[in-house]
Design a protein around this ligand. Sequence first.
Ligand SMILES: NC(=O)c1ccc[n+]([C@@H]2O[C@H](COP(=O)([O-])OP(=O)(O)OC[C@H]3O[C@@H](n4cnc5c(N)ncnc54)[C@H](OP(=O)(O)O)[C@@H]3O)[C@@H](O)[C@H]2O)c1
Length: 255
Amino acid sequence: MLITGASGGIGFELARLFARDHHNLILVARSGDRLAQVASELRALGVTVHTYAIDLAAPNASKLLFEQVQSAGLTVDILVNNAGFGAFGEFAQMPEEQIVGQIQLNITALTELTRLFLPAMLARRSGRIMNVASTAGFQPGPLMAVYYATKAYVISFSEAIANETRNSGVSVTCFCPGATDTGFAKRAGNDRSRVFQQFGAMSAEKVALDGYRAVMEGRTLAISGVQNWVVAQSTRFAPRKLVTAISRWVSEPTS
Ligand SMILES: NC(=O)c1ccc[n+]([C@@H]2O[C@H](COP(=O)([O-])OP(=O)(O)OC[C@H]3O[C@@H](n4cnc5c(N)ncnc54)[C@H](OP(=O)(O)O)[C@@H]3O)[C@@H](O)[C@H]2O)c1
């Protein structure tokens, strides 16, 4: 199985769960050092681990990764598109590289990797794809407008291809964590936000376990945590301007 963003956070915890169930691993992230540490920790669980240090936000990175995996003779039976990042701040002031980087990693790489690995799964009539979205994908997100929009794409795209591949032997699961205690919030610059400071974040271990179960059960859409599920459902019935205003309030810093 191949997992992107496996060097830390939710991706690492997912990789550990797959390793415990004896899945051989292909781990991808930018940091080669961190990947090497993670790989040796997971090899101790008795599985084979290959690592690829690649920046998936770079153009053509997905194709390069696919070609390297092919030429190593590795088969990908499960693809987990987990790597992603967010950036906090008003859109008008956001540096272009952060805007393009989020779209490239959260949308383009995820879509390209799905397109590259799916046909062989369909030919084998067996496989699983897990796309990590977010509860952010269920409503607009002022102050993180691009990030929320990228995750809305992931939900829509994943549900659509889950439908296209029904009865094919391949399952597509869109997994939506809420606030989770990882390096994500610090990188995004929203670790002082109400959602992380006042509402509390789930542990990466707990979130990964929810995701692991969802992908192994072949669920199409899974939201981690009861509270996150209730919030995601409530956005379907409330007026959109109210939902957007609450979303902004939740993202604002506490001080
Ligand atoms: N934490 C949350 O509150 C939360 C909530 C909802 C959804 N999510 C989603 O869950 C997923 C995992 O997030 P996380 O919380 O585990 O974040 P994290 O702790 O920041 O981990 C992100 C992982 O992605 C890798 N990565 C980042 N940029 C990359 C790039 N350009 N190319 C390749 N790999 C890259 C990182 O490794 P390197 O830095 O070594 O590249 C790391 O392994 C993301 O899609 C995120 O949007 C997170």
